[in-house]
Design a binder for this molecule. Sequence first.
Ligand SMILES: Nc1ncnc2c1ncn2[C@@H]1O[C@H](COP(=O)(O)OP(=O)(O)OP(=O)(O)O)[C@@H](O)[C@H]1O
Length: 280
Amino acid sequence: MVTTPEPASNDVPARDTAPDGVAVRVRGLVTRFGSQTVHEGLDLDVRQGEILGVVGGSGTGKSVLMRSIIGLRAPQAGTIDVLGADALARDPEQRSLIERNTGVLFQDGALFSSLTVGENVQVPLKEHHPDLSDSLRYELSLLKIKLAGLPADALDKLPAQLSGGMRKRAGLARALALDPPLLFLDEPTAGLDPIGAAAFDRLIRTLQKALGLTVFLVTHDLDTLYAICDRIAVLADRRVIAAAPVEEIERIDHPWIQEYFHGPRGRAARDARATGPGAD
Ligand SMILES: Nc1ncnc2c1ncn2[C@@H]1O[C@H](COP(=O)(O)OP(=O)(O)OP(=O)(O)O)[C@@H](O)[C@H]1O
């Protein structure tokens, strides 16, 4: 695997392992918007090396949770630890360490529309490794684009010239630019047709295994949950009511879980896993 260079000696050391096997630890999280309480004492562990699927009804605070973990919004209370660093610290060194160790794919890809795909992938490289030569940066962006399953000629295209599925892959290439051990994905298969969604699921699983990634994945897609997630965390009643493998989650006697996992779509996703190409 090609890796980005070691930081300079006066820099914060890269940290790519969790001290105790827990890559992300959230404790007592409280999130409020005005009089609306979204999270009330939410606890969650993301274990190193797993794909954790985060599910819950609309408005239960999945995206806000993800944004809090990656430091885009400060909660009213609680602690968030990412690879042993305090994610809520304002200390720029801690922030930089977390930024360098996390890749994020937002729902719409969040690419800069005026930059080519290659330039988009180079943005984090320029920010965190300004000393890299242009040619090395170019080579790295090409590598990431190929890793994300895009053809080399996608490098010089603008995001608007790509299909929705290709834009997601370009966003994934950018998320992987710094070789982060932690990947955050917000609704990665939303808007993709079933074949494209299944291909994207397989890509995430393949990359996760090959690169040893820890993945936090917000989704509504039952097929994704059954196909690639090691554990599922369910948000309801302003907290994580369960975090376990899908077979255990299905059995929990909670109205939202029963409706979600045992409705027609849940049954179809379960059947697809049992009979599909990925079945054991
Ligand atoms: N910046 C904001 N200002 C005010 N309210 C917000 C803000 N961001 C989120 N909320 C509210 O917080 C709640 C949780 O939002 P969030 O986007 O995390 O939900 P979600 O679980 O991801 O939902 P969905 O599955 O529909 O995407 C919602 O009620 C939303 O309206």
